[in-house]
Design a protein. Structure first.
Length: 491
């Protein structure tokens, strides 16, 4: 039987006598020929040819399965009859041999009395929703509990995990502190219509009715937090407080938007990475964003090559070349005003659906045209008109633009949005009033400007957009384990 210890054996697998992952078997390949090993996993395909049975067994460690060849004389063989179709779970202990067929250098041969096959869980093929064949992404979303068994979702999950790891490694290696910002905020945020409200009043409603004020409005002083509360749309304002004490910080967690959107680019629950840099201006911000993006792509190229090769083959021809191009040279940088001039020159040829003029919020068609057609690489635009950007972005000396920046990537459009923050109290107050908000609602944010203000900058990156960029998957619902969008919160 296979040994329970040693470099070939996956940790914490004593229950099955020690198992070797498919990833390790395929990586070491012919170097393992002649060794007896155990592999555990789920059957992808089964061919029963009376004298011999072929299984393809996958364990989620890589996109490929391992071919297993079973002689009918092997112990445990009879338990497989009629139960070992796609989806069944098995342990196979046998000898690794050179594969005569092309496709894989090695296969696992189960032949003698010292070898063994164990069926953990059989499957009735007629009932298994993911029986052999191609399944649409829509169908896979409807079976979220089995969806990770699809190669595309498993590969996405591995790349997603690697990008999360890369995020923490990037910031830790540059002395950023990871801050957990709250998911529930009671800030009277602008745009509360697009926020999920958090309340305990509804559970009492059927018994007592809703508490009302004399003005016939809901009396939130009776609610759990004593005021209207919402799920956060961003950790940025919270993380700025820590930035103004710890210098360099970042937050990485779920954010929520109650936008009734059914597009392939929006989710109601998604993850954001938001670093904040003290003593830094917009140029430092752009440098950090570029370094971070390149670090993540490089990390996945290094650690998840087989997943990227699967996406290259199945999802986007030319994916790896596109990622190599992203790493190859510095990102293009130009001001919003320069970008408008460039787009105006191209307008006749490009036939944009929206007319190009200074002051407009650039559409996805304009952003992608710059990154894909003109510069053919990631492009950073900065110094945007103040009227299309948030109040906290630092006003430039021209009084017309703010020190904001967006990183646009070929194939995706905007992946990062950031800015230098307004550190001058009187300018911040003026901007808050200009956009129709109340300075007193932002008293704590204003305090940062009253007590030892510093120039600081930051950006936000939608984690799912980053996964789309690195995998070529086009629908955001397929780059998160359990997508949340209008009408869908199963699993």
């Amino acid at each position: 039987a296979a040994k329970e210890e040693g470099p070939l054996i996956a940790p914490y697998t004593k229950a099955v006598g020690g198992r070797t992952t498919v990833k390790k078997v395929l990586a070491l390949g012919e170097g393992l020929i002649g060794q007896t090993i155990s592999v555990c996993g789920w059957v992808r395909t089964m061919r029963d040819q009376k004298q011999v049975m072929f299984l393809e067994v996958a364990d989620g460690s890589c996109p490929s399965g391992l071919q297993v060849v079973l002689d009918p004389a092997v112990p445990g063989y009879d338990s497989l009859k009629g139960k070992c179709g796609t989806g069944a779970s098995v342990r196979c202990t046998g000898e690794l041999v050179k594969s005569p067929a092309k496709g894989q250098p090695v296969e696992l041969l189960l032949k003698g009395a010292s070898h063994e096959v164990t069926l953990f869980g059989g499957v009735d093929s007629a009932e298994y929703p993911m029986a052999k064949g191609k399944h649409s992404m829509e169908f896979l979303r409807s079976i979220g509990h089995l969806r990770p068994r699809a190669i595309i979702i498993a590969s996405m999950a591995r790349v997603r995990a690697a990008l999360a790891q890369a995020t923490h490694e990037f910031f830790r290696s540059r002395d950023f502190v990871y801050v957990h910002t709250p998911l529930i905020t009671a800030a009277d945020c602008e745009g509360a219509g697009e926020m999920f409200q958090v309340t305990t009043l509804l559970s009492e409603f059927e018994k007592k009715g809703l508490p009302m004020t004399p003005e016939k409005k809901i009396d939130y002083t009776q609610d759990f937090f004593g005021k209207p509360s919402f799920l956060t749309v961003s950790g940025q304002l919270s993380v700025e407080n820590y930035c103004c004490a710890l210098s360099n910080v970042y937050t990485f967690g779920p954010t929520f938007r109650a936008e009734n959107s059914h597009t392939s680019r929006h989710l109601a629950e998604f993850w954001m990475i938001e670093p904040e840099l003290a003593f830094a201006d917009i140029t430092d911000d752009m440098d950090c964003a570029e370094d971070y993006l390149k670090y993540c792509v490089r990390y996945v190229m290094q650690h998840n090559r087989s997943d990227l090769e699967f996406f290259e083959k199945q999802i986007e021809k030319g994916l790896i070349a596109r990622l190599e191009n992203l790493l190859a040279e510095p990102f293009q940088r130009l001001t919003y005003t320069e970008a408008i001039e460039v787009l105006k020159k191209e307008e006749k040829k490009a036939k944009f659906s929206q007319k190009v003029e200074w002051g407009m919020d650039l559409g996805s068609e304009h952003e992608r045209y710059l990154a894909e057609k003109i510069y053919k690489k990631p492009t950073v635009l900065y110094n945007y008109p103040k009227d299309i950007k948030a109040f906290y972005m630092r006003l430039n000396d021209d009084n017309k633009t703010v020190a904001a920046m967006d990183v646009l990537a070929p194939g995706i459009g905007e992946v990062i949005g950031g800015s230098q923050r307004e550190e001058r109290l009187e300018v911040l107050d003026r901007r808050i009033e200009e956009v129709g908000l109340e300075p007193k609602d932002y008293w704590w944010y204003r305090d940062l400007r009253r007590f030892g203000t510093v120039p600081h900058s930051g950006f936000g990156l939608g984690f799912e957009r980053l996964i789309m960029l690195t995998t070529g998957i086009e629908n955001i619902r397929d780059v998160i384990p359990y997508p949340r969008y209008p009408g869908h919160a199963e699993f």
